[in-house]
Design a protein around this ligand. Sequence first.
Ligand SMILES: Nc1ncnc2c1ncn2[C@@H]1O[C@H](COP(=O)(O)OP(=O)(O)OP(=O)(O)O)[C@@H](O)[C@H]1O
Ligand SMILES: [Mg+2]
Length: 349
Amino acid sequence: MADIVIDRVVKEFGSFRALQEVSLTVNDGEFVALLGPSGCGKTTLLRIIAGLETQTSGRVVIGGQDVSNLAPRKRGLAMVFQNYAVFPHMTVFENVAFGLRMQKAPAAEIKRKVERAAALLHIETYLDRYPAKLSGGQRQRVAVARALAVEPAVLLMDEPLSNLDALLRLEMRTELKAVLREAGTTTIYVTHDQTEAMGLADRIAVMYGGKIDQIGSPLEIYATPATRFVGGFIGSPPMNFIKVQCSQGMAKIGDASLPCPMTAQSLELGLRGEDASLSANGSGIPFDVRVVEPMGSHLLLTGSIDGQPARIVAPPTAKVNAGERVGLTVDPTRVTWIDSATGRALARA
Ligand SMILES: Nc1ncnc2c1ncn2[C@@H]1O[C@H](COP(=O)(O)OP(=O)(O)OP(=O)(O)O)[C@@H](O)[C@H]1O
Ligand SMILES: [Mg+2]
């Protein structure tokens, strides 16, 4: 069993609190993505799990063993760093073989596992080269291959695909997912790219300001964000937030009424651009279209609802012009209500 329990971990750098009581359990064989903006504490948390950084307080338990004070090499995990440190004095083959040599694996096994990992990352033709003669993306793939080659029970990865072009990145993402699932590797994967997190992870922990705002399946965090931050960070376009008045349990916007919770003084309607549709006769929530962008699969409409900025997704063939006012129909079960004061989502009306 290689489950990971992060228990109320705090990290302070001097007077700055980089992690505030972070708790998270990753099940054996599960793939969890840590997703959040730059500086939110993703790398710090990963380095604490790996033992490369010491927590100020809290515990890290891997496979039932408290590893909080264990040296990194005794924690039984492999890590791919954000800056993809590869050994410059070793060939690609020796880089990928490194962990296996440390384990004193037989030569034939080393060869087989290196070749397998190299093929997976498409670096098999560079095995004799030194890292100085590789591109950044190739070096990064060497680092990933080196971590995969040892078939670790726990794999920690920090933005491992960040230096690849879009196409290769997509391909590597799919391959990684397949390989790690097959091997049953418990994985924590740091990224600030939401599509990567959504595509790869069983569950996503969305981090913000040294805290986990929400942890859930990709669909959960998309459909039912716990905070304004999560709604605005996940999804493309991000969720719209429209300030509304809720009176007697109903919010009126134009000639549309939506049931709303009365539990907050000041309320925002969180509406995904995909969850509104253009009404046939212009009734519903009035949306003033300012810009129409044809994206191929859909139209992206930018404009405003009640003077507040909003983005709506419409079918590719919809007849909408910039400068026009259209009406939107919304399914009340698909909206999120946010308490403006706390930024937290309220129980659904
Ligand atoms: N050694 C350090 N000393 C002081 N502050 C640090 C140190 N390492 C990180 N920090 C601060 O802690 C916060 C979290 O940093 P961290 O590297 O974990 O962010 P991140 O989420 O990985 O961001 P990115 O996406 O940019 O890699 C940042 O504000 C950073 O400036
Ligand atoms: Mg980082």
